[in-house]
Design a protein around this ligand. Structure first.
Ligand code: SF4
Length: 130
């Protein structure tokens, strides 16, 4: 059984993005996987004929499968932290695929909370300086 690497990347002054990226590319379960598409949503059937409901079911299946694949990944925590930092300044429509066991809709919510916390901190700091 693989064990999770313990790196305190939840702290704002935690490891640099390059360190996280290096860990994820070295130990990530999805890196070099035979089925790399499993971490990304299925595209609509190019020949058409698929209902929106059928596509939604396929997409829900992909999320469940990818989350299960991420579950035992030894760098899941670092992968999620890396995703949240990389996506922090991106438009939320750009979030794509499962990273760190979380779907884009879950990471959007996490990034939103981080942005709000950062904004509060800036406000408090500027008020303290004034
Ligand atoms: S947590 Fe998931 S997406 Fe991240 S490196 Fe591991 S397997 Fe890949």
């Amino acid at each position: 059984m693989r064990t999770m690497l313990s790196l305190p990347c939840q702290k704002p002054n935690g490891p640099a993005i390059t360190d996280l990226s290096s860990l994820v590319s070295k130990f990530g379960t999805c890196v070099g996987a035979l089925n790399p598409d499993a971490w990304f949503p299925p595209e609509p059937n190019p020949s058409g004929g698929e209902s929106p409901e059928a596509l939604a079911i396929r997409r829900a299946d992909y999320e469940n499968t990818a989350r299960q694949l991420c579950g035992p990944c030894p760098v899941r925590t670092q992968c999620l932290e890396l995703a949240l930092r990389e996506e922090h300044d991106l438009p939320q429509t750009w979030f794509h695929g499962i990273r760190g066991g979380k779907a884009p809709w879950q990471r959007r919510s996490m990034v939103r909370r981080r942005r709000q916390a950062a904004a509060r901190q800036i406000t408090e700091t500027s008020e303290a300086v004034a």
